[in-house]
Ligand binder design. Structure first.
Ligand SMILES: Nc1nc2c(ncn2[C@@H]2O[C@H](COP(=O)(O)OP(=O)(O)OP(=O)(O)O)[C@@H](O)[C@H]2O)c(=O)[nH]1
Ligand SMILES: [Mg+2]
Length: 694
């Protein structure tokens, strides 16, 4: 491999809605640059970028794959991201470390919702972008319509620099509006002939060329002056203006082609080299110092202290952990140490490699801006900043989003519980959006994540990598029980059998506490009607009994018990006897206090485009939810409300179908409320049935 400097490096992330051809475009790059001898096919499971079995089975990408190719004396690092929103965390991390994004749009569907989301993420990083309208060879491909959707749905004016020649099956090539030439592709190998623009496209080409020149001129005052004077720009000015416009985000060039047929791809590779920014063009980045102030500057120079951000981790049960990072400054050699500022630990560097899809290629020394991997690190994970200890810096990482769906998992084989815990820990190393806990109340093992597909994919991975199989179930709702009324009740336990008997007797005042009040016990015994040593036993008895309430066996909360009176026997009384008396008093007493079921209520925030407001609010009402407020965020609306947890266990897929995938939501536990009577009956009946089955 040739040696490169930072100016001849490109870090390109490929994003777009699912199925727009991102992986196929990467395959085309690899094939046309000579890196692979035939283009891998997603549909045949032969793609080197979709190499995980879970990807090959579904024919979608579920994880960012990193590779590189060499083109025209440049090294182009490519990051092929998943289009599915279940795996957005990976996509965001790749956007975070890239120097530019290729945004893919399908020529039939135009801009789709996940493309809008990715566009918004890219906005947050001020990432230069180029748009590629792909799949121009498909039936009903429509360049103009797709181009217009950029304006209407992304709210940005795209600047065409390629126009298609022909479409659908008759797609022949592209008009290059910079050279004002037609590129006709006569085989599937990416080679083309340069000809004059066909007569029937001349008018369009002239019109689009003019608007392209105008857009470029608008990026720079000097260019604008020249343009106004001459009505054109010189070739050099046009090219430097285009590059600058892309870098500053004032211009979004639009190209087109077909990744499967390798049409328009080779000139796109030329375009990447000529016009997309290098790490040098992107310049100095700013990180935080030890005090958390954003003051540490790092330039993409070899002499600068080494700094890099980890944006992905691959956990392989055999090869160990692979930690993938992007260098921001300085270099790293394999024979030293580095410092992890996020976790404040030093680690040995070990082997450095470049990623080539599934495999790696050894790398000796890294240049500023490069993307590479370290193997078998112990303490370094996604989001960590690594650097040299003498020049610490912390770069902002992508925060792990809150999970939105949970399942209870049950091992298929008995005794696999422990293996599940250790396997999931390994999976979460690779994917921190997966989370696991054991519910204290329901005793279930709960796995949570970003969507059903996300959980399913991870359970498949667990089976493949660690040999553990599980069943997924809807998790139980952690209902609780409480009382609405008061009572004064006696708990009396008396047993006489031959020798020493058992005797405990207590009088309890039972009353409700406000929601969230928990349990309170007050000892109001005066004098010695129950000796001091037995009174705590009454409380213990109640605490044990309240674990399983009288309504449907759920834990009892929000009530107060005062021990007000009682009696004892000098021989027969014992702690045990008073414990039983307390428990008996509790059970009898709460039955007389209108016991009820409580259910968890969550705070929910739903982000949706305006047009879905009516549907989403109507649906929330039908789930017994209430809207508490609304807000706007960019072009979207945010609905804030509260809803019973039981009603949103499967909200993620429902919201997706209600909003064509454009809605997102988060929720957090808020408080408990009484379950409406008609629903309580059902819950009680179900719990009874379960008990009988046990
Ligand atoms: N006709 C046509 N089909 C294409 C083209 N590019 C990709 N496809 C097909 O479109 C489907 C999706 O392609 P992928 O490359 O997997 O798309 P992707 O954007 O990587 O999809 P995700 O990874 O799921 O987000 C596959 O069936 C491809 O064969 C193209 O240029 N023309
Ligand atoms: Mg893909």
């Amino acid at each position: 491999m040739a040696k490169y400097d930072s100016a001849s490096l490109r870090n390109v992330v490929i994003v777009g809605h699912g199925g727009t051809g991102k992986t196929s475009l990467c395959e085309s790059f690899l094939f046309l640059s000579g890196k692979s001898d035939r283009p891998g096919r997603v549909d045949e499971g032969s793609s080197s970028m979709d190499f995980e079995p879970e990807e090959q089975k579904r024919h979608i990408s579920i994880s960012t794959a990193v590779n590189f190719f060499e083109w025209d004396k440049h090294k182009i690092n490519i990051m092929d991201t998943p289009g599915d929103s279940n795996f957005s965390f990976d996509t965001k991390n790749a956007l975070r470390v890239a120097d530019c994004a290729v945004v893919l749009i399908d020529a039939v569907s135009g801009v789709e919702f996940q493309t809008i989301k990715n566009w918004e993420y890219a906005d947050a990083f001020n990432l230069p972008r180029v748009i590629f309208i792909n799949r121009m060879d498909r039936e009903r491909a429509d360049f103009n319509k797709s181009f217009e959707s950029i304006n209407t749905l992304l709210g940005k004016k795209g600047t065409p620099v390629f126009l298609p020649i022909g479409k659908e099956n008759a797609l022949q090539g592209v008009v290059d509006l910079i050279a004002m030439k037609a590129l006709i592709f006569d085989d599937q190998k990416g080679t083309y002939q340069t000809t004059d623009i066909p007569a029937e496209l001349k008018e369009d080409a002239n019109r689009f060329r003019e608007s392209m020149v105008e857009d470029i001129a608008e990026c720079d005052e000097n260019l604008m002056e020249q343009y106004l004077e001459n009505g054109e720009l010189s070739d050099d000015d046009l090219k430097t203006g285009l590059k600058k416009g892309i870098l500053t985000g004032s211009l979004y060039p639009v190209l087109c082609g077909s990744s499967i047929r390798n049409i328009g791809v080779t000139p796109f590779m030329d375009f990447i080299v000529k016009y997309l920014p290098s790490p040098m063009d992107r310049g100095t980045v700013i990180g935080k110092n030890a005090a958390g102030e954003a003051k540490e500057e790092r330039a993409p120079e070899e002499t600068a202290p080494f700094s890099a951000l980890v944006f992905k981790t691959i956990a392989d049960p055999y090869a160990g952990r692979l930690t993938i990072f992007r260098v921001y400054s300085g270099t790293l050699t394999s024979d030293g140490n580095f410092y992890n500022t996020t976790r404040k630990v030093s680690e040995r560097t070990g082997n450095i490699s470049y990623l080539e899809g599934k495999t790696q290629k050894a790398a000796e020394q890294l240049i500023p801006g490069d993307i590479a991997a370290l193997s078998k690190l112990k303490d370094t994970f996604t989001g960590d900043t690594i650097c040299i200890e003498k020049a610490p810096v912390v770069f902002d990482k992508i925060e792990v989003p809150p999970t939105i769906i949970s399942f209870a998992i049950e091992p298929k084989s008995r005794g696999d519980e422990e293996k599940i815990v250790s396997s999931i820990n390994r999976l979460t190393e690779e994917d921190p959006t997966l989370s696991f806990h054991r519910d204290e109340q329901t005793k279930e093992m709960i796995i949570s994540g970003m969507g059903q597909v996300h959980i399913e994919v991870n359970m498949e991975k667990m089976k493949r990598k660690f040999g553990v199989e599980v069943n997924l179930k809807t998790p139980r709702v952690p209902y609780k029980e409480t009382i609405k009324g008061k009572t004064n009740v006696q708990g009396r336990y008396k047993k006489q059998s031959g020798g020493r008997g058992q005797f405990g007797d207590c009088w309890l005042d039972i009353e409700p506490l406000p929601r969230g009040g928990g349990f309170e016990f007050v000892d109001k015994i005066v004098g010695g009607v129950i000796p001091q040593q037995y009174r705590p036993a009454v409380e213990k008895g109640i605490i044990e009994a309240m674990e399983e309430g009288v309504v449907a066996g759920y834990p009892f909360v929000d009530f107060k018990v005062s021990l007000v009176d009682g009696s004892y026997h000098t021989v027969d009384s014992s702690e045990m006897a008073f414990k039983i008396a307390g428990s008996m008093g509790f059970k009898k007493g709460v039955m007389a206090c209108q016991p009820i079921l409580l259910e968890p209520i969550v705070n929910i925030e739903i982000e949706i485009p305006d047009e879905y407001m009516g549907d989403v609010i109507g649906d929330l009402n039908s789930r017994r939810g209430r809207v508490l407020g609304m807000d706007s965020k960019g072009a979207n609306q945010i609905v804030k409300g509260q809803v019973p947890l039981a009603e949103i266990l499967k909200y993620a897929p429902d919201l997706t179908s209600m909003t064509s995938g454009r809605g997102t939501f988060t929720y957090t536990h808020s408080h408990y409320e009484e379950v409406p009577a008609h629903l309580a009956e059902k819950i009680i009946a179900e719990s009874k049935k379960e008990k009988e089955e046990e």
